[in-house]
Design a protein around this ligand. Structure first.
Ligand SMILES: Nc1nc2c(c(=O)[nH]1)N[C@H]1C(S)=C(S)[C@@H](COP(=O)(O)OP(=O)(O)OC[C@H]3O[C@@H](n4cnc5c(=O)[nH]c(N)nc54)[C@H](O)[C@@H]3O)O[C@H]1N2
Ligand SMILES: Nc1nc2c(c(=O)[nH]1)N[C@H]1C(S)=C(S)[C@@H](COP(=O)(O)OP(=O)(O)OC[C@H]3O[C@@H](n4cnc5c(=O)[nH]c(N)nc54)[C@H](O)[C@@H]3O)O[C@H]1N2
Ligand SMILES: [Mo]
Length: 906
């Protein structure tokens, strides 16, 4: 979303789904996982909208949809790519929107090569480092840095080439872009050097539009059917519904969640939907958009104010350990650029001032050197690898249960067993806190409690009902919750824990003159506390996040932020949520007392805008595309934008504003350019920089798949991250010998009655009674093929583990025809573990660590296995069974790790 539109958040809000004429839910089981928001899908249906659910399984979402398309897990890019081709070939795209608001007219460099030319690779792939050099992906005549995503691609190249002379970065630097930035899912922006060449007639053979057309030309309905296991008729029904409900008068929305993100090519799934929605003119308009459904209550919040290793609050990049990088170099990636990222200096300096207060001055670069620097990837899985290697000593697990919830459970537990200390703060004694005495490895004898050196501290946590605070929900909306009851016993809020931990560390360091202690001693750490336990005042934290002006008063908008040290702001995109000292996230004005947009319910970033890029809901002249879909328009009398929402645009910038040649920052965005975070003000059909695995999506098979790629010789995403390890062996894929040993595809998912790794549901009697046991969903045909009995036991094996589950035989699972043969899929809910009231094996024992290169996520949605009747062998017979499967499939340390597979096929 960040690279396509400029910000890494849902483009719309759930209530707006009621305005859709067609809703495609793909990669989510919305009715079961987001049941409250699903109300708005039902409202749309009542108003006549067509609801489509594209999902390998028939679920409660499918049950109320007009169309359910059971497709093969891991094949969505082929399906969506087919829709893109359909839209282009049948002239169903929204011409005026596409020409004015997207980068369709931009002309690409002559040396760009597409997957069509290179059998599934784009130009620039370096096989030895498994990285792309993106220089050939650029526009002709201009050099644009990433809007979001991989913002330090050139220096990544350098570090991966380990000292060998790197042309890429120096070439990039020569063209003036200095160090670009790195962030995973960030808000956008980026430098722009030169002026890209354009052809508004879209005829130039190297313009984005023509490149796109050629790229997707092979994604025909026949190919889609063959790859996805759907019928051509099913595909065409979706294509017709979607295109009939897009244009001036009608809009369609896409809804996805982790059925799309959890793949080694997950970011490109979402990119494919972004291209489609831009071509159809569905972004920034009511009833349109892409609704990214977020998981935990504040997962959006935990990327905005991140728990991620490579971004700082508000999607500022975490600085890299480049030589001589000072604040100016860090910011120069954006200096003079077009769009709101041009103000990155104000955002960064205000953040440093919020953290280090008076200690941060112009003379010391506002304490920029106090920030940690990235020396490598430090994602969750890289940390697990470091734990296994003995290179990581301590770990805090706050609200996470990796022994159950994270891919390759065994590696996670063995990592925890290799620490010096571990702090777990949770409601329950989850598996990640007790692995040392009763984890599966104790049973198998791989670990013994007396030999584990990890000292485990278990601290009981207070629940959200027992503390004040905010959630940032799926639609970027901050919502306040008030403490309803006092926590009991030793339970404390996480805010309490971190505040007092910091306080004690600071007290211990007091008086130190060591340079290394300055960043901690100079922190502003002065939150007022309340009550007997001394809980910090959560509103004081909100106020710090919102920020203060030179007069010490709360700021009201990020446009007030300054780079001269006079303003403080803990997260620029949240600036304004505590305007005039009022806790706006706590607003709960009833819907009946305000418009359907409900701007006075909670507060959404940025600036309380509910639909992003809403300038695009009007035509270039500023008039609504149609009466029916009017949302924001230019009022020529009052000379301002007006309508149902806060404009995501300068409120008084006229549609005929044209930036002067030397314009900078937001002044360089024309009155017709709605994507104000992007360097060119446009939605990106093609991403010239910012993605690790290509400027356009291409269908690759999942990391492990029993099916050969039917479009390119390249089997998997060549840039995916692999982690060869004795405990993380991969299956052979496609036509490779041994692939037949694991003939079935399995996918993992959630049940309404349980929550994620189970800490919040498996200990509750009512929920445990509703879904008492771990099970696998199989079709009657697969049950017959393997002799599985309904309510009996099944053993599921793959190269990493063997687990057992109760059998649920159901017609909701259907065999598919893929590549001329029958393919069976198996569904596994992933909520179980050994502790609590309802216990069972964890699906994550089976899952591999192999990651999407952009966001480092694991592929939980499509992997391979074998299934057989009966219970699994107990220790010590379990390991030999897995070893036997590995031997039969001929698995070695190299299997499944190759980057490039195309050559050998030809
Ligand atoms: N009751 C309940 N609600 C929850 C949660 C919970 O545990 N319980 N968890 C919360 C969290 S953390 C999250 S992230 C969200 C997740 O919300 P969802 O993503 O909606 O949940 P999942 O059940 O993991 O997966 C969604 C669907 O993706 C399908 N799927 C699998 N592979 C593919 C594929 O390749 N393509 C397509 N098109 N579909 C595929 C699965 O069959 C499944 O129906 O839910 C949140 N809400
Ligand atoms: N196979 C497979 N694996 C998956 C997925 C999948 O679809 N398939 N989905 C992935 C996704 S999207 C997610 S989000 C993860 C979830 O994986 P985890 O985050 O590891 O699992 P949870 O059970 O949600 O863990 C949250 C813990 O926080 C505790 N908790 C709740 N509130 C608080 C609080 O206020 N403070 C503290 N300190 N603790 C609290 C709960 O008791 C619970 O034990 O799983 C991922 N793993
Ligand atoms: Mo999640």
């Amino acid at each position: 979303m960040g690279t396509s539109f400029g910000r890494g958040g849902a483009t719309t809000f759930q209530q707006d789904l009621q305005n859709s004429d067609c809703i495609v839910i793909q990669g989510s089981n919305m009715a079961e996982c987001h049941p409250v928001g699903f109300q708005w899908v039902m409202e749309a249906k009542q108003r006549g909208a067509t609801i489509i659910h594209v999902d390998p399984r028939f679920t409660r979402t499918s049950a109320v949809a007009d169309i359910h398309v059971p497709l093969r897990a891991g094949s969505d890019i082929a399906f969506l790519g087919g829709l893109i081709r359909y839209v282009l070939e049948n002239d169903k795209w929204f011409r005026e929107y596409v020409v004015a608001y997207t980068n369709a007219p931009m002309i690409l460099r002559e040396d760009f090569r597409d997957t069509e030319d290179l059998d599934g690779l784009f130009s620039g792939f370096q096989e030895d480092t498994r990285h792309y050099d993106p220089s050939t992906w650029q526009y002709e005549g201009a050099d644009v840095a990433a809007a979001a995503g991989q913002r330090d691609q050139w220096s990544d190249m350098e570090s991966n080439e380990k000292g060998s002379s790197s042309d890429s970065r120096s070439e990039h630097a020569r063209r003036g872009a200095a160090t670009a930035r790195v962030s995973t899912s960030g808000a956008g922006g980026g430098t722009f050097h030169g002026r890209p060449e354009r052809d508004d007639t879209l005829q130039h053979p190297r313009c984005v539009f023509q490149v796109l057309k050629r790229h997707f030309s092979r994604y025909t309905p026949e190919k889609v059917a063959e790859i996805c296991g759907v019928s051509e008729a099913q595909f065409l029904r979706v294509a017709e519904a979607l295109t009939a409900n897009s244009g001036r008068e009608r809009t369609s929305a896409f809804v996805y969640a982790v059925g799309w993100t959890h793949h080694t090519v997950g970011v490109q799934y979402i990119r494919t939907a972004a291209i489609l929605q831009l071509l159809l003119g569905n972004i920034g308009r009511p009833g349109g958009g892409i609704m990214a459904l977020r998981g935990h209550a504040s997962i959006q919040g935990s990327t905005d104010i991140p728990t991620l290793f490579n971004i700082l609050p508000g999607y500022l990049p975490m600085p890299h350990a480049h030589d001589h990088e000072d604040l100016a170099t860090y910011i120069s990636a954006d200096a003079g650029s077009k769009g709101y990222w041009g103000n990155m200096d104000a955002y960064a300096v205000s953040l440093l001032k919020a953290w280090w207060g008076d200690a941060a001055t112009a003379d010391n670069d506002y304490c920029f050197d106090y920030l940690p620097r990235l020396t490598d990837k430090h994602s969750n899985y890289d940390t697990v690898m470091k734990q296994l290697a003995g290179e990581s000593e301590g770990y805090f697990l706050i609200g996470e249960n990796p022994a159950v919830g994270t891919a390759n459970g065994k590696m996670n537990r063995l990592g925890l067993a290799n620490l010096k200390w571990l702090v777990v703060r949770d409601f329950q004694l989850i598996e990640s806190a007790t692995f040392w005495k009763d984890g599966p490895e104790i049973e198998t004898g791989e670990l013994a409690p007396e030999e584990i050196g990890t000292e485990v501290f278990f601290l009981p946590a207070a629940a959200h009902t027992e503390k004040d605070g905010s959630f940032t929900n799926t639609q970027r909306m901050l919502q306040w919750h008030h403490k309803a009851v006092e926590p009991t016993g030793d339970q404390r809020s996480d805010l309490w824990f971190y505040f007092h931990l910091g306080r004690i560390i600071r007290a211990k360091l007091a008086g130190s003159t060591a340079r290394a202690d300055r960043p901690i001693l100079d922190l502003t750490w002065d939150y007022p506390t309340k009550g007997e336990a001394g809980d910090p005042d959560a509103e004081a934290v909100l106020a710090e996040i919102n920020g203060f002006g030179p007069d010490g008063k709360p700021l009201s908008s990020y446009t007030e932020l300054k780079a001269d040290g006079s303003t403080r702001c803990g997260c620029w995109i949240y600036c304004g949520c505590f305007k005039d000292g009022v806790n706006e996230p706590a607003r709960r004005k009833p819907g009946s007392e305000q418009s359907w947009v409900a701007p006075e319910w909670g507060w959404a970033w940025p600036a309380n805008r509910r639909i992003l890029y809403n300038r695009a809901s009007a035509d270039p002249e500023g008039r609504p595309w149609s009466e029916r879909k009017a949302y924001l328009w230019w009022d020529p009398e009052q000379k301002k934008w007006t309508g149902h929402d806060v404009p995501d645009f300068q409120p008084d910038k006229s549609p005929d504003y044209r930036p002067p040649e030397d314009a900078e920052r937001e002044d360089a965005i024309a009155g017709t350019e709605p994507f104000i975070m992007q360097a060119d003000g446009r939605g990106w059909l093609y991403v010239p920089a910012g993605l690790a695995d290509g400027p356009l999506p291409a269908h690759y098979e999942p990391h492990e798949s029993p099916v050969p790629n039917q479009l390119y010789g390249q089997q998997q995403n060549p840039a995916r991250q692999v982690y060869p390890h004795r405990l993380n062996r991969y299956a052979p894929s496609g036509d490779d010998p041994g692939a037949e040993v694991f003939p079935y595809v399995f996918t993992t998912y959630r049940l309404t009655e349980h929550h994620t790794a189970g800490g919040m549901s498996r200990w509750l009697p009512y929920l445990s009674e509703l879904q008492p046991e771990f099970f696998c969903e199989v079709s009657p045909q697969l049950a017959a093929e393997r002799g599985l009995e309904h309510l009996g036991w099944a053993t599921i094996v793959n190269p990493r583990a063997v687990i057992e589950a109760r059998v649920l035989v159901t017609e909701r699972m259907r065999p598919l025809r893929v590549g001329g043969r029958t393919l069976h899929q198996i569904g596994l809910p992933y909520h179980w573990g050994g502790n609590g009231l309802s216990t069972g094996d964890s699906a994550n024992e089976l899952l591999a660590i192999a990651l999407d290169p952009n966001v480092h996520i694991q592929p939980t949605k499509a992997s391979v296995c074998d299934i057989r009747p009966g219970r699994r062998p107990r220790a010590p017979a379990a390991a030999p069974l897995v070893a036997d499967y590995q031997r039969r499939a001929g698995i070695t340390a190299e299997t499944g790790t190759e980057a490039v597979t195309g050559g050998k096929k030809k």
